[in-house]
Structure formats: structure tokens, C-alpha cells
Design a protein around this ligand. Sequence first.
Ligand code: NAD
Ligand code: DAU
Length: 350
Amino acid sequence: MNKTILITGGAGFIGSHVVQLFVEKYPDYQIINLDNLTYAGNLENLKEIENKPNYTFVKGNIVDADFINKLFTDYSFDGVIHLAAESHVDRSITDPVAFINTNVLGTINLLMAAKESWKDNFEGKRFYHISTDEVYGALGDTGFFLENTAYDPQSPYSASKASSDHFVRAYGNTYKLPFVVSNCSNNYGPNQFPEKLLPLAINNIKNSKPIPIYGKGENIRDWLFVHDHAKAIDLIYHKAENGKTYNIGGHNEWTNIDLIRMLCKIMDNKLDREEGTSEKLITYVTDRAGHDMRYAIDASLIEKELGWTPSLTFEVGMEKTVDWYLENEAWMERIVSGAYEAYYDKMYNS
Ligand code: NAD
Ligand code: DAU
């Protein structure tokens, strides 16, 4: 069936994998990728599909309500998959307002436009909001985040995501806007901006630079390969009932220090370095303010109801990830040098 779907944030890490999956898997859909190309947006992530007939890139800011309203009028979207966000916790600590603008106001602008555009008939329409496990706060040694775990965000980033989640559900309750939400754990894989732990560490190890570990490295994250998140998003978009929330996670908890030690071993092997060489780069630095201790998702609902399950073991996913970053040195170099920001001009303004 033909559909026109707006995917926001499609030039970012997860968004680029979602756009690629939808463009390739659904040739009858028109996929409109709306992205403002902030520092985190990189059109090089979409090189493989940029010339496909069912794909359109639009540069624009979700904070600009007039622009968003016009976009909905121009395209008559059937659905929205909303990933655009400020996504880095450390940046939210230094510049929380950017997070309120994009994550809260930007989401409300999209909700208002969708409601206005679909108000005569909600049948077949869907607003899918992509969120994070961080809205649930931090766990102690035991327990897991469930879909009905009370929200308890601890950072400006997670507070802004929690707020946007609440607005989506409020639109469902108040205006009957058809929506779904999912809350996922830490993603890893190709295309991740090297401010985040794994690509940062891979790049530093490659260049024999210190690997910064916050605090004692005891904080725990639950890691999921980004393709498995994209597959879950596809399933939820097509199969979930309106109003549902699904938690998505890898059943894959690691302390940061164990994760980095494992990465060091893989890197020593790939770079033909003597075992133990990369571990010497580990450097403990000042902890992140308000650093959440542990996240862990109970993903049994999506497994039971939609049949989703992670497709890769962590060992295989990490090997694939390291291989990708080592094979795509130019991608990393262009980000580190800032040259990637010229790609849009070259592609669209020349
Ligand atoms: P990212 O930072 O890599 O990408 C975000 C994208 O949004 C970028 O392309 C950026 O240019 C775009 N963007 C930012 N502000 C915008 C604006 N005002 N208007 C239009 N576009 C804008 O983020 P990511 O890691 O791919 O995360 C995507 C989504 O998934 C976010 O909503 C995030 O909260 C959520 N999430 C991420 C993870 C993770 O581990 N990375 C886990 C769970 C949920
Ligand atoms: O849980 C989902 C969240 O995962 C997403 O909602 C966020 O958008 C995404 O950025 C990610 O948040 P984290 O803060 O967990 O990811 P980050 O890669 O920044 O850090 C992972 C862990 O590693 C965290 O405990 C902090 C630590 N860390 C991070 C960096 C950048 C370090 O020890 N050193 C570092 O240099």
C-alpha cells in the first residue's frame, strides 16, 4: 500500500538506519527525511539511498512551527516517525535550553501539525515517537525498566525526552491522535557521532589517544545493535495497536569499564597490536554530573506481542561495529575535521 511517511532526524545515527530500512524495504512508500543537519546530522550516512525514487531529503528545523505546518500541507503525510532530537546527555548539562527547544517544542510542533492535518479522519494515520530508557531514571543493582515503570528523569536530556513522551500521550488522550511510543536502551553500530562512548573510544584507540572513562567506570548500560532497533521500529510502526508503548533492549548489560576492556581486546586484535596495548590508554576522568548508575530494559512485551528479538550476539555486533569504523576511516576523519558539514552544500547547493 502506498504511504507517505515523515521520518525526522534521519541524518543522525539511528534515523539513518531507519530511513535506509524503510526506503529499501518499502519501495511503494514515499519517505521524507526531515533533518536540520545540526552537528549530529550527516547526509553521508544516507549515501546508499540518496538517489532512490522513493526518498526525499528536506532540510528544516522542527522548532519552526510555520515551516512544519507547511510541510504537512505540502506532503499530506500518512505517518510520522519522530527521531529528531538533541541526544547527548553531556551537552544537555551545558546547554539545556537547546534540549527544551528541539525535544519538547519541536515535538509539540509536530503533534500540532499532525492533529491539524489529520483532524478530519485519523483512520490509518500514526504518530510514532521514538524515546529512550533514560526517562525511567536510574536503577540500583537489581530490577528492570518495564513499560509501566514510573518516569523519573535525572538529566536535562532525559527530562526533555520525558516531557515530549508526556505530550505525545496527552495528544492521544485529549485529541485521540493515533500514536505509539517506544523507549530503547543504548544503541551501538555504524554512523554514531564520535561524542558517544563507543565511537569515541574506537577513534581514540586507533589514534593511540587516552580513552576517557567517567568516574570509576562502574555505570551500567544495556547495549543493542542499531539495526535491531530499526527492525523493532519497523515492527512497531506496522503492527502495534494505537496508544501502546514498547520497551526495546538487548538483555545485554555491561559496566563501562568491562565494555571498554572488551573493545580494547578487539581493537588490539584488529590493529595487530600486542594484547594489552589499548587497555593502557584507559584514563579515569571526572564523573558526569548526576551520572545515572544503571539502565536495563525488560523487553519481554515486544518479544511476546510482536515477536521481536535481538538478532545478533554482542560479540558479533561489536566485531561488525569495529570493522565498520576501521573500514570507514574517511567518514570519521571528515567528522573530526568538520568537513562533513560541507557535504550538504556539495550535494544540494552546487
Ligand atoms: P543523533 O544525535 O545521532 O541524531 C539526531 C538527528 O536529529 C540529527 O541528524 C540532527 O541533525 C537532527 N536534529 C536535531 N535537532 C533538530 C531539529 N531542531 N530539527 C530537525 N532535525 C534536528 O541521535 P540518535 O542517537 O540517532 O537518536 C535518535 C533518537 O533516538 C532520539 O530521539 C533519541 O532520544 C532516541 N534514542 C537514542 C538512543 C541512542 O542510544 N542513541 C537510544 C534510545 C533512544
Ligand atoms: O540509554 C539510551 C541513551 O543512550 C540515549 O537516550 C542517548 O541519546 C544516548 O546518548 C545514550 O546515552 P548515554 O549517556 O548512556 O551514552 P554515552 O555514549 O554518552 O555514554 C555511555 C556511558 O559511558 C555513560 O555511562 C557515560 C559513559 N562515558 C561516556 C563518554 C562520552 C564515559 O565514561 N566516557 C565518555 O567519554
